[in-house]
Design a protein around this ligand. Structure first.
Ligand code: S3P
Length: 163
C-alpha cells in the first residue's frame, strides 16, 4: 500500500485520526511535527523563536520528501502546503486526504495553545491564514473529508471508504 498523507489546518485532528487509521490499515504513522521535534531536539515553538518560520518550512520539506519514500501514514503540520515545492511533492504522492472543518470549531481548540506559535496571533490573523490556505489544500489534496459534526471513528471510516 502507498503512503497516506493527512493535511489540513491546525486543530482539525490530523494526528489523532492518523493514529486510528494506522491501527485500521496496518501502516505505521509518522507525525511530521513530532519527527522534527525529535530531530532538532527542541519544540516547534523554540524552532520558530530561534530560527524563524522559514527554517521550520525548510525542515518540513526535507522530512516530507524523506517520508514519502516510505509506505506509511504521514500526519503533516497545517502549514505543509505553504511551499510550492511541498505541494508538488504531495501531488506526486498517491493519496492526500484533506481534513476540513469550519474555522469556528478549529479556533475553539487553538486559541491560546502555547505549543502552536501561529495560534498566538489574534483571531482575525489566524482566520485570514485559514482562508488563504483553503486553495492551497485544494491544490494538494486528492480527497477532502469534512470532519464537521463527526467523531473521529466516523472520519476514519470515511477515509477508509476512499482508499
Ligand atoms: C503550523 C501547524 C502546526 C506546526 C507549526 C506550524 C501551521 O502543526 O507544524 O506550529 O503553519 O499551520 P498542527 O497543524 O499539527 O498544529
Amino acid at each position: 500500500m502507498e503512503s497516506i498523507v493527512l493535511i489540513g489546518f491546525m486543530g482539525v485532528g490530523k494526528t489523532t485520526i492518523g493514529h486510528i487509521l494506522s491501527e485500521k490499515v496496518g501502516l505505521h504513522v509518522v507525525d511530521m511535527d513530532e519527527y522534527i521535534v525529535e530531530q532538532e531536539g527542541m519544540p516547534v515553538r523554540e524552532i520558530f523563536e530561534r530560527f524563524g518560520e522559514g527554517h521550520f518550512r525548510d525542515l518540513e520539506t526535507g522530512v516530507l520528501s524523506k517520508l514519502l519514500k516510505e509506505a506509511c501514514i504521514i500526519t503533516t503540520g497545517g502549514g505543509i502546503v505553504e511551499r510550492k515545492e511541498n505541494r508538488k511533492l504531495l501531488g506526486e504522492s498517491g493519496c492526500v486526504i484533506h481534513l476540513s472543518a469550519p474555522f469556528e470549531s478549529l479556533w475553539e481548540r487553538l486559541e491560546g495553545d502555547p505549543d502552536r506559535p501561529l495560534a498566538q496571533n489574534p483571531r482575525h490573523e489566524v482566520e485570514s491564514l485559514f482562508s488563504r490556505r483553503i486553495p492551497l489544500y485544494e491544490e494538494a489534496r486528492t480527497h477532502e473529508v469534512d470532519t464537521g459534526g463527526k467523531d473521529e471513528e466516523a472520519v476514519t471510516r470515511e477515509i477508509l471508504s476512499l482508499l
